[in-house]
Structures are given as structure tokens and as C-alpha cells.
Design a protein around this ligand. Structure first.
Ligand SMILES: Cc1cc2nc3c(=O)[nH]c(=O)nc-3n(C[C@H](O)[C@H](O)[C@H](O)COP(=O)(O)OP(=O)(O)OC[C@H]3O[C@@H](n4cnc5c(N)ncnc54)[C@H](O)[C@@H]3O)c2cc1C
Length: 197
């Protein structure tokens, strides 16, 4: 079974933004060469309900569906991250690996996790996580995770709404990018910045 260096759980705006920055890192930086990353997504991004007028860089009136499609294509263009349409139902820590189980009984293995499942619920079994109420709304059913600089605990990171940030495209995308940079720092000891010409 292939062992990924990182599994991103949730391929909405923040998870895909993280995948984009990690893809660029793997392509551009010798110290990142050979790192393997998978994104698992259940297809229910909040963005799919949106029409964006205030998202920087997106044409006004862009549907959330189009925004997700564009971001997915951008990630795919690097050809380094594997994208799976799968709902994850359970994650079990076994020694230094996470065993990731899908709704359709498939199993994947990864040594790090980036959790990007949004704020609607936490329903993945198996991990003990510091779950808390999301603080930026009056809706008490929303959830988030305690973290420091997007790190929840050893080898577990978080981004997007699950990191308890405001629900706006540029903000959640930024947390995905920052979590990706932090992960690359933990792996390589370098603060990697990729600026294209
Ligand atoms: C109606 C509406 C209108 C909006 N309008 C705007 C706007 O005008 N401007 C703006 O900036 N923002 C807007 N937003 C907010 C924006 O869409 C969200 O902030 C953004 O989508 C959150 O990104 P995220 O990555 O945290 O979560 P999401 O984009 O929701 O992604 C989470 C992903 O995780 C996946 N997932 C969850 N559980 C699992 C699991 N167990 N296994 C695998 N995958 C899983 C989901 O399927 C989903 O794809 C709007 C949101 C809504 C609902």
C-alpha cells in the first residue's frame, strides 16, 4: 500500500489552497522532491453554495462550483498531488502512520494529516482531537479545533474554517497556504517561499 507523506482531508477552498502551495514546493524545491500528497474530498464544500463577488482575483459572479473547479485544475496542473473523491469515516494512528478509511472500505496510509473539513461537524471516528465550538458565529453547532500555528498535535495540522477563522474565501485559502508553508518548514527546516516569474 502506498504511504503518503501527507493526507489532506477535505478538498474545499482551504484544502486545495494547501495542495497548491505544497505542489509548487514539491516542483520547485530540491528539499521537497519526492514528497507524496493525497487529498480526500467528499464533495460538499460550502463554496458550492456561493456566488463570489468579493473574493479577490475571482471574476465577480463566479459560482462556487467554478471556483472549486478552477482551483482543482490549478492543483492538477502540477501533477504531483493525488486527488480522491472519497469521504473519510475513520482515521486510526498505528505507530508512526495514520490508517485512513473511506466510506467505501478503502484504506490509505499517511504519516501526516492536514484536516480541512470545514466547520459543519467533526464526524471522523478514531482520532482524539481538541474539538471546541467555532467562535466566529452565533450558530452553536459549528466546530473547530484548538491549534497553535495550524498545528493540532504531532503530525496533525488544520486549516480553513476548522481552524476557527472567518468564513471568507481569501481567509480560508490563506490558512491553507500558511499550513502548507508550516508543514514544509517542519519537513525541511526551511521557510520555503515560492514566487513564480
Ligand atoms: C451560501 C454561502 C455563501 C458564501 N459566500 C461567500 C462570499 O461571497 N465570499 C466569500 O469570501 N466566502 C463566501 N462563503 C464562504 C466560503 O465558501 C467558505 O468560507 C469556504 O468554502 C470554507 O472553506 P473550507 O476549506 O474551510 O471548507 P469547505 O470549502 O467547506 O471545504 C471542506 C471540504 O471538506 C470535505 N469534507 C468534510 N468532511 C469530510 C470527510 N469526512 N471526508 C472527506 N472530505 C470531507 C467537504 O466535502 C468539503 O469539500 C460562502 C459560504 C456559503 C455557505
Amino acid at each position: 500500500m502506498k504511504k503518503y507523506d501527507l493526507a489532506i482531508i477535505g478538498g474545499g477552498i482551504s484544502g486545495l489552497s494547501a495542495a497548491l502551495i505544497l505542489s509548487a514546493g514539491i516542483k520547485e524545491k530540491e528539499s521537497m522532491k519526492g514528497k507524496s500528497i493525497a487529498v480526500f474530498d467528499a464533495g460538499g464544500s460550502d463554496a458550492l453554495k456561493a456566488k463570489f463577488f468579493n473574493a479577490p482575483g475571482l471574476k465577480q459572479g463566479t459560482s462556487g462550483k467554478k471556483a472549486i473547479q478552477k482551483l482543482t485544475k490549478q492543483v492538477e496542473s502540477y501533477g504531483v498531488v493525488e486527488l480522491f473523491d472519497n469521504r473519510i469515516v475513520e482515521i486510526i494512528k498505528e505507530n508512526e502512520f495514520f490508517i485512513i478509511k473511506t466510506k467505501k472500505d478503502k484504506e490509505f496510509t499517511a504519516s501526516n494529516l492536514l484536516l480541512a473539513t470545514g466547520f459543519r461537524s467533526w464526524d471522523i471516528k478514531g482520532l482524539e482531537l481538541p474539538i471546541k465550538p467555532f467562535t466566529r458565529t452565533d450558530n452553536s453547532s459549528r466546530v473547530a479545533l484548538e491549534h497553535t500555528e495550524y498545528k493540532v498535535s504531532d503530525n496533525i495540522y488544520v486549516c480553513g474554517l476548522l481552524a476557527d477563522v472567518s468564513s471568507h474565501y481569501p481567509i480560508v485559502a490563506g490558512t491553507g497556504a500558511q499550513a502548507a508553508i508550516n508543514i514544509m518548514y517542519d519537513w525541511t527546516g526551511e521557510w520555503i517561499v515560492i514566487h513564480d516569474k
